[in-house]
Design a protein around this ligand. Structure first.
Ligand code: BGC
Length: 766
């Protein structure tokens, strides 16, 4: 549509709206269109007034003045940033928080610059602001989309009350490699589950009206394929084929875009030889082209500069050209655009239309947030005082924390614990720790504010509880944040713990990783229990085998010995502020666990990458010679715990599994039903999962693919019929040209409580 047609349409709509108002029959859709057009018009008219310097200024995102979430940039003094702010050369800031601080930078932008354009205020609100939910990987184990959405809502409510209008979340990177520390930040290994979670988180942050002062713009990151960093090593090369890119990596990003996410962040990795910050293919062809995304793309922290270190640009000037042409709209703390772009446009090297497109996208989000109507909409001190840390937020994060816990093993029904008359020894370096459960990415929360497992268990007073660390945490400091290790040399506490274990009925051991042992920059090659914890576990086991092991960790761990020996294992992740209460309620049976693993647990590091939706290979089974088939000679092919695994204190029985028909045409909707009965002694919840296998494809298909799930509550003895629908959306895949296709052929369908369920049926698609 050209400008004249646009104006005619606008006038027409205004007349229609006027008539609607007069007749009191204004339709919602008329108003919608009106609102849309007026944002675009407002953007255009502002853009027309801007100098080139002011436009490039909008593409500049500076870090604030105290929190740092990346390497400190050169030449980024606070003084220079203030000067740029006053000139209108800053479009957004990150790591400024608290109403007073935000108000001050916003005031400079709005009241001291020529055009008074308000700032976006970004922050990593990853799993809460001050009141923390479980780390995202843990929350994903709930498979409870409503709870996940609500947790993002709580995070947005607190962050917005502190002046923040934009979160760098959700991270929707799929990863199959628990060596990569950032798996704690995502939804796990599966694109289907990951897509549902991406949507829930976007809707939670953004709500249904972005102009409200408690909704904030979300950011789908890191676009794309960061989770496939080679060998799980942080910031590494990524080399994957088209099929993995389209079928595994991109779906959660597409789901975020379809859910209306306002921004995307690119990433530090290269993809098939091109640093993704400079990838036209990802940002222009796919995101802004095929997907028609109309928000903006922010670079990751100085990732435009990193194009140079990757060896793809010789200097900042060339990095700026590559990134701008590729569609990276906003430069996060790289200082590259602000230094290079004006001149590049003046020389005609970068077209001004590229700048205009980027600035239009950035301004649009600012208008959509309502910042032009009231730049201080997020700056209300009363709101800040009342909302941050509100009791109802503590209730909400406790709720999602309980839902995130996964019961991995419960031999002999050791759990739940009896509430009275028991002697219990609580052992482990993490048992009384109030910091680690907060997890990584909790910049605005106060240190040491989580409820510890000890505190949670002390709420139950009917038993005798003693506490023994066994081994200590060793706390050091790096330039950024507290670095923590678990003791590797000091054995002095082990004897005391063993002596205590000898005299009790049950031992509860809290072991795993400290919260700062996973997260950004924390790749690891050993995934067993760090430090002396394995030694402690075995020493205690030698005197008392009645052990409940509570794991605290930000990623799958390789705990094969524990799985073989310890009767009860509870995956307690890093569950945020209410961690210890959630764990204690599960241990004592006041909450019946229903979490399911969103990532496969390996037997050892050598099995990685290990994931449930692998390909068959040409030699999938042992044909009696024991050698020439796809396997390792020293470890089984199966994982320690499969994707989708998780037990309950009750039991569930599946029956009447039916695919309603045997032959279907492409495009048909296929109905699948199954009855699930609670056959145990407790009310409970089960995540009923549906997987398919497309037996033959023009591109080989995984042995199983999750294509549906439902979280169902069942009272003792109750049966419910669960219905799934399969149609083109579930039955197709992307070919190597990136086209979505559905092929005729034979399919298997599996239903059950984990990815290794054996309940199977089939159908043919003609
Ligand atoms: C991370 C991003 C984060 C940014 C800002 C980077 O190091 O990769 O995920 O949003 O810092 O803190």
């Amino acid at each position: 549509m050209n400008r004249n047609q646009y104006n005619v349409l606008l006038i027409l709509i205004m007349v229609l709206c006027f008539l609607g108002c007069v007749t009191n029959k204004k339709s919602g859709s008329q108003m919608e269109v009106m609102k849309e057009i007026s944002v675009d018009q407002r953007v255009d008219s502002l853009l027309a007034k801007m100098t080139l310097e002011e436009k490039v200024g909008q593409m500049n995102l500076y870090n604030g003045f105290w929190d740092v979430t990346g390497p400190t940039p050169q030449g980024g003094s606070a003084k220079l940033k203030y000067e740029h702010l006053k000139k209108g050369w800053v479009g957004a800031m990150l790591n400024i928080r608290g109403v007073e601080n935000v108000k001050e930078v916003q005031r400079i932008a709005v009241e001291e610059t020529r055009l008074g354009i308000p700032l976006l205020i970004g922050f990593d609100v990853i799993h809460g602001y001050k009141t923390l939910s479980p780390i995202p990987l843990a929350e994903s184990a709930s498979w409870d989309l409503e709870a996940i959405r609500n947790s993002a809502r709580v995070a947005a409510t607190e962050a917005s009350a502190a002046g923040i209008n934009w979160t760098f979340a959700p991270m929707v990177d799929i990863s199959r490699d628990p060596r990569w520390g950032r798996v704690m930040e995502g939804g796990g290994e599966d694109p289907y589950l990951g897509s549902k979670i991406a949507k829930a988180r976007v809707l939670g942050f953004q709500g249904n009206d972005l102009t409200k002062n408690n909704t904030i713009a979300a950011c789908a990151k890191h676009f794309a394929a960061y989770g496939f960093s080679e060998a799980g090593k942080e910031y590494n090369t990524v080399d994957i084929g088209t099929s993995t890119l389209y079928n595994t990596v991109l779906p959660p990003f597409k789901a975020a875009a379809d859910s209306g996410v306002k921004t995307f962040m690119n990433s530090f990795n290269e993809l098939n030889g091109v640093p993704v910050t400079g990838s036209e293919f990802l940002q222009r062809d796919i995101l802004k082209g095929a997907w028609d995304f109309d928000g903006f793309v922010v670079s990751d922290w100085a990732s435009i500069n990193e194009i140079i270190f990757w060896g793809h640009a010789k200097d900042k000037r060339q990095a700026a050209i590559i990134a701008a042409r590729a569609g990276s709209d906003l430069d996060m703390e790289g200082h590259v655009y602000i230094q290079e772009l004006v001149q590049l446009v003046q020389e005609g090297v970068v077209q001004e239309s590229i700048i205009d497109d980027a600035v239009r996208r950035i301004l649009k989000v600012k208008f959509e947030l309502g910042l032009f109507d009231n730049p201080y909409t997020y700056c209300d001190e009363t709101n800040e005082k009342e909302n941050i840390g509100h009791t109802k937020h503590h209730e909400a994060v406790l709720d999602v924390a309980k839902k995130s816990i996964v019961l991995l093993k419960n031999q002999g029904n050791l759990l739940p614990l009896q509430k009275e008359g028991q002697k219990i020894a609580l052992i482990g370096p993490l048992a009384a720790d109030k910091n680690s459960p907060l997890g990584s990415w909790r910049i605005a929360s106060d240190d040491h504010t989580a409820v510890s497992v000890l505190e949670g268990m002390q709420q139950y007073t009917g038993n005798t509880l003693t506490h023994h660390k066994g081994v200590e945490l060793v706390v050091g400091n790096t330039a950024f944040i507290e670095e923590v290790q678990i003791n590797t040399t000091n054995r002095t506490g082990i004897d005391e713990a063993v002596a205590a274990a000898q005299t009790v009925d049950v031992v509860v051991m809290v072991l795993g990783e400290h919260g700062f042992q996973s997260g950004e920059g924390r790749s690891r090659t050993h995934l067993d229990l760090p430090g002396l914890q394995q030694e402690l576990l075995e020493a205690v086991y030698a005197v008392n085998q009645n052990i409940v092991l509570v794991l605290n960790n930000g990623r799958p761990l390789a705990i094969e010995w524990a799985t073989e020996h310890i009767p009860a294992i509870v995956e307690g992740w890093q569950l945020g502020t209410q961690s210890g209460n959630a764990i204690a309620q599960v241990l004592y049976g006041d909450y019946n666990p229903s979490g399911k693993l969103p990532m496969t647990f390996p037997r050892n590091v050598g099995q990685i990458p290990i994931y449930y939706n692998y390909k068959s290979t040409g030699r999938p089974v042992d044909t009696n010679d024991n050698v020439f088939w796809s396997h390792y000679t020293d470890v089984d092919n199966t994982p320690l715990y499969p994707f989708g695994h998780g037990l309950s204190y009750t039991t569930f029985q599946y029956s009447n599994f039916k695919v309603h028909g045997t032959e279907f045409k492409i495009g048909d909707t296929i109905k699948v039903t199954v009855d699930v009965t609670n056959t145990g002694d407790y009310d409970g919840k089960e995540v009923v999962q549906l997987y398919i296998r497309d037996l033959f494809g023009s591109i080989t298909r995984p042995v199983r693919e999750l294509k549906g799930f439902e979280l169902v509550s069942l009272k003792k003895g109750e049966t419910k019929t669960i219905e799934f629908k399969l149609s083109n959306k579930e039955l197709g895949f992307f070919n190597n040209q990136g086209e979505y296709i559905v092929e005729a052929g034979d399919f298997e369908v599996f239903v059950g409580g984990s990815s290794i369920t054996s309940l199977q049926s089939s159908f043919t698609l003609k």
